[in-house]
Design a binder for this molecule. Structure first.
Ligand code: FPP
Length: 257
């Protein structure tokens, strides 16, 4: 991992600096490590998810203050249904708790809520909480807080392929019209407009894998892996992750400018 030297702080050993003029536009986060955070404290796994929700609030506020355009958070995958029923049920309650307490602050900060994922398969109270939050924040023009809920990258690609194939079969779409842009427009992230693809994907808790997250969209994303468990993610570790992204030289397959 790249090490940084922290400026303006004599006591710190690591030095890093965040360039406020080059903040990434779309930041996507795999919020991992809630269970391990709880386990280390001899707490039930759901205590980790509860603290993880508080971290979502803090990071949302930080990201909005930094001028990030889209913050996508992987909150529940299409594979997370395999977890014990009690944990799934707790996770399904979290969006309700989160929006119940946090929508006024989202509005105050001009943040708009969006969601990607198969929300029609969520318990109705969860789906309604998400839909209400989208409706209540729809006129906000600041950062988009985009939750990936019951989301899976492969399922998303399959759905897009089915939609495209149906149009071809109907005769409304010629095969030659299937382009990269058309496929992008068929993804759930199409609603994010010019910010569909994450500039950087951050994963907490030391795991180095993508776990079916935004498979199409990460083609040219940078990846930052942190050892910190999600509930411990704070202002310093978030800004440090962005600073690490800023050290990268993005070439998109071309040559260094
Ligand atoms: C992965 O950690 C985390 C999840 C599957 C759930 C993430 C959910 C939150 C952070 C809260 C979401 C909040 C809202 C508002 C929807 P893990 O349980 O796999 O941790 P482990 O790998 O240490 O077991």
């Amino acid at each position: 991992m790249v090490s940084f030297w922290k400026k303006n702080n004599e006591t710190a050993t690591a030095e890093w600096e965040l360039d406020l003029d080059h903040i990434p536009e779309h930041v996507a986060i795999i919020m991992d490590g809630n269970g391990r955070w709880a386990q280390q404290r001899h707490l039930p796994r759901i205590a980790g998810h509860k603290e993880g929700m508080n971290t979502v609030k803090k990071v949302t506020k930080l990201a909005s203050d930094l001028g990030i355009k889209v913050l996508t958070l992987y909150a529940f995958s299409t594979e997370n249904w395999k977890r014990p029923e009690t944990e799934v049920s707790y996770l399904m309650g979290l969006p309700i708790k989160f929006f119940d307490t946090f929508v006024p602050e989202l509005i105050e900060n001009n943040v708009r809520v969006e969601v990607i994922g198969y929300i029609d398969q969520l318990p109705s109270a969860t789906r309604v909480a998400v839909e209400n939050a989208i409706e209540q924040t729809k006129n906000n023009t600041g950062m988009v807080l985009n939750f990936a809920l019951n989301y899976g990258g492969r399922a998303e690609i399959v759905t897009a392929v089915q939609e495209i194939a149906t149009k071809v079969q109907n005769g409304t779409l010629p095969v030659e019209a299937i382009t990269t842009d058309l496929v992008s427009q068929s993804m759930m992230t199409a609603k994010l407009g010019e910010y569909q693809d994450p500039d950087v994907v951050i994963r907490t808790s030391g795991e180095i894998r993508i776990s079916n997250f935004l498979l199409w969209q990460v083609a040219y994303s940078e990846f930052v892996f942190l050892d910190t468990h999600w509930p411990d993610m704070d202002e310093t570790s978030f800004k440090q992750a962005l600073a690490e992204y800023q050290q990268r030289n993005r070439r998109f397959g071309g040559l260094k400018k």
